[in-house]
Design a protein around this ligand. Structure first.
Ligand code: D5M
Ligand code: FE
Ligand code: ZN
Length: 502
């Protein structure tokens, strides 16, 4: 401890005499004072600073008067809060796992890469980028190595082998499927015969605007499909995980249906102060908390929303969010926006803007990322996506619904796209790059939005929907959506667990 202080000063090019040193170590928060002193002096141009007792004494007095709780009333509350955060964050970590520095980094984030406001002129660039990215994946698949441009379909005699974007897919009156697909050279009409049962079933999940491979034979101007190929993913090896990560979403702070008590129990648990022995043991391993959007309920998201709000101001909603999440100690919190947050609605949604959520940004260890985004948690690649496109997929594909978002997630991974259908309820910004293509294969795919928990492992990928902290809303009553509330998914050293805080 003693040596630590001297080492800190030496590293900061600060020299200290004996009496000054004694003065510091007798303080209750000596470590915090040392850090603060070093921080304050680090801007100095002097090469070496010699700290004497009067200097240190003066600093300590200033420090204590600034941060003494008894002087609260006279002080700028921000500074005091910052100081207390600092003291809290500098206290001894709860366990060994938290001693290890976070190996957190952002692999993909669209926050600063969004250049357009979705004007029509960018449509073709956007779609072309989507097509090229997914085509590059498809062309590596064994069945599509020999694929050729669509303009050649008419002039060649061999099997049809093409990669294209689906323009349209519909049922004929005899219940076959007709699909128009195109690439940059032309388009073809593909028939999927209903007697080819397995292929017909596969085609049931093909949607407009996705990119697929088609193999078939020519019959007049039609192509009769014998196979449809999705970009898909290979099975991945599960990475070793010696810590826990916690996944939440759809907190909806500010809504009258936000389950505040349950959320506070959750925060107590994550801090190691709530739950049975087993649950506390899990809490002790937690290094990361990921929040996949809808942190607050927002304002003006749907008609007459104000009638269901307890906090009717977006800034105050984020202030409340900062109070609640700010109570979490030691762990890294990664926050992405959802359709209720104060970010651009069109996806990719840039990170929640700091000017709306200033206090949230002050939380130490908080990181703000776009929706979607890909981050690395101690080497585990985690794809975060709120899940707005689930509404479109549940409406379009037979057998998919809000209740089974694991099936939807599986579909998205196979399609290598987070929002394949363009122009329905999911507003997509027509950027020059399609940020919703799943470029990299994640270890964890974390979503929310549907307010119903789901989990499945698909080809080694943990697919998690983290439910909600909001009880059933008026809107959900009409649609008979039964939310799973305050049930929190945890990957505990690789094992999936659900902890309930209801
Ligand atoms: O979404 C909460 C729930 O409501 C989730 O199950 C999706 C559903 N929802 C929201 N908006 C729509 C629309 N427009 N159509 C169908 N279902 C919808 P949240 O984002 O929290 O409001
Ligand atoms: Fe939500
Ligand atoms: Zn949502």
């Amino acid at each position: 401890m003693t040596d630590d202080i001297i080492l800190k000063f030496t590293n900061a090019d600060l020299l200290i005499d004996d009496s000054a040193y004694k003065k510091i170590v007798e303080q209750e928060h000596s470590n915090q004072i040392v850090d603060s002193l070093i921080k304050d002096l680090s801007g100095s141009n002097d090469n070496l600073i010699f700290l004497t007792e009067p200097i240190v004494d003066q600093y300590i007095q200033k420090y204590l008067s600034k941060y003494d709780p008894q002087n609260y009333a006279n002080q700028d509350s921000d500074i005091i809060e910052e100081m207390y955060n600092e003291i809290n964050n500098n206290k001894t970590p709860r366990n060994k796992l938290l001693d290890v520095p976070f190996d957190f980094h952002v692999i993909q984030d669209a926050t600063k890469k969004s250049y357009t406001n979705g004007e029509i002129k960018d449509f073709s660039a956007y779609f072309n980028n989507r097509f090229q990215k997914i085509k590059a994946m498809l062309i590596k698949k064994p069945g599509l190595k020999d694929s050729y441009p669509m303009k050649d379909v008419g002039v060649r005699d061999d099997v049809v082998n093409v990669i294209g974007m689906v323009n349209d897919i519909r049922n004929t009156k005899n219940n076959h499927k007709i699909m128009e697909i195109e690439d940059e050279t032309g388009s073809i009409t593909v028939l999927i015969h209903n007697e080819n049962h397995s292929l017909f079933e596969l085609a049931e999940s093909v949607v407009k605007d996705e990119v697929i491979g088609v193999i078939g034979s020519k019959k007049g101007t039609l192509v009769i499909a014998s196979d449809i190929i999705h970009p898909s993913v290979p099975r991945i090896d599960e990475k070793k995980m010696d810590f826990s990560a916690v996944f939440i979403s759809d907190i909806h702070i500010g809504s009258s249906t936000f389950l505040e008590d349950a959320f506070k129990r959750f925060v107590k648990w994550i801090n190691g102060d709530f739950g049975d022995e087993e649950q506390r043991k899990i809490a002790n391993d937690v290094r990361y908390l990921v929040v996949a959007g809808d942190v607050v309920d927002g304002i003006g998201v749907y008609p007459h929303q104000e009638e269901e709000l307890t906090i009717k101001n977006i800034y105050e909603q984020y202030e409340e969010a900062a109070r609640l999440l700010g109570d979490i100690n030691d762990i890294k919190i990664i926050i992405a926006p959802g359709n209720h947050d104060a970010s651009r609605l069109a996806e990719p949604q840039p990170a929640i803007p700091e000017n709306y959520a200033a206090d949230l940004y002050k939380i130490k260890n908080a990181e703000f990322v776009s929706n979607p985004s890909l981050v690395s948690l101690d080497g585990l690649k985690t794809l975060i996506y709120h899940g707005r496109s689930f509404d479109d997929l549940a409406m379009t594909i037979n057998g998919l619904s809000h209740q089974n978002s694991d099936l939807i997630m599986r579909e998205l991974i196979e399609k290598r796209h987070l929002a394949p259908i363009y122009g329905e309820r999911t507003p997509l910004a027509s950027e020059f790059e399609d940020h919703l293509v799943i470029d990299e294969i994640p270890d964890i795919f974390h979503t929310g939005h549907v307010h119903i928990n789901a989990y499945k492992k698909h080809k080694g990928i943990h697919m998690i929907n983290s439910g909600t902290f909001q009880s059933q809303t008026e809107f959900q009553k009409i649609y008979n959506i039964m939310p799973t509330c305050a049930e929190v998914p945890v990957l505990n050293k690789g094992a999936f667990k659900i902890l309930k805080f209801t």
